[in-house]
Design a protein around this ligand. Structure first.
Ligand code: NAP
Length: 258
């Protein structure tokens, strides 16, 4: 399917690895010029090269997207974008009783206030030009809480509320905002969570992964390529009537009727 976005310009944050990288490469395949960001320069440069191999223009900005100065650097390099994919590393696991105010502020900064600041920067230009697409990478924890990820449960709920209201204000200008909610995908983050589960249970990381995969109706982890393809579709001309939605990509793991 031609996604109809060849020649558009996208900013994808936290895009050197994992799900952000999957989104960036899927957009590159669709002919979208990219501004990519991550903190580590080496992996970012490798992903930028892979995207360039699709024949699109790529600017890479190594910076911490959750830091105001880093974000300003990324936004300055991005200029006017038609597509914004927001992403950052997820908050660490822990126990509800242990988190301090500072822990919550850090999680809110990274998983709620950073994507909101990026939208506030990019939406006015999209609205003025009458076309835009925003996809926020959140988590299945928005639909069903993950006990040890309470910081994520809380911060992402805040972002979800902001998007629900804002998406319905900007849609009249041809701009859509939607959230993609990953369940378990085979990325570095999932490997780290498996390693910590393995340590806690006294089993190998491979065993922890096999147990987790067995709990998913699809009996496997998702891939960054599948995730990226869904993201690219939401950014396409065909998705203009999808507004303010929270779309689970979880192999059926979240046990819901609706
Ligand atoms: P990942 O494989 O660890 O990749 C994270 C990417 O984000 C890397 O490119 C990393 O590069 C970059 N990054 C992290 N913090 C950053 C920052 N402050 N500024 C700029 N770039 C940053 O993670 P992932 O699995 O793709 O997860 C992406 C998001 O989806 C996370 O929020 C995660 O919580 C959520 N999620 C993932 C899963 C899953 O199963 N994978 C499930 C539910 C939710 P640098 O480290 O070099 O900056």
């Amino acid at each position: 399917m031609d996604l109809g976005i060849r020649g558009r310009r996208a900013l994808v944050t936290a895009a050197s690895k994992g799900l952000g990288r999957g989104c960036a490469l899927a957009l590159a395949t669709a002919g979208v010029d990219l501004v990519l960001n991550a903190r580590g320069a080496a992996a970012l440069a490798a992903t930028a090269d892979e995207a360039r191999a699709q024949g699109v223009g790529v600017t890479a900005v190594a910076a911490d997207i959750t830091d105001p100065a880093g974000r300003a650097q990324v936004l300055a390099a991005a200029g006017e974008v038609d597509i914004l994919v927001t992403n950052a590393g997820g908050p660490p696991p822990g126990l509800w009783s242990d988190w301090s105010r500072d822990d919550f502020i850090r999680a809110l900064d990274a998983s709620m206030l950073t994507p909101i600041a990026l939208m506030q920067a990019c939406l006015p230009g999209m609205m003025a030009r009458g076309w835009g697409r925003v996809v926020n990478i959140t988590s299945q924890s928005v639909r069903a809480p993950i006990p040890q990820l309470g910081l994520s449960n809380a911060a992402r709920a805040g972002l979800t509320g902001f998007v629900a209201g804002t998406a319905r204000q900007v849609a009249q200008h041809g701009v859509t905002i939607n959230n993609l909610l990953p369940g378990i995908h085979a990325t570095d983050r999932a490997a780290a969570l498996d390693a910590s589960a393995a340590a806690a249970e006294g089993i190998s990381p491979a065993e922890a992964q096999a147990r987790r995969a067995a709990s998913i109706p699809a009996r496997r982890y998702g891939t960054a390529e599948e995730f990226g393809a869904a993201c690219a579709f939401l950014c396409s001309v065909h998705a203009g009537f999808i507004v303010g939605q929270n779309i689970l990509l979880d192999g059926g793991a979240t046990n819901l009727t609706l």
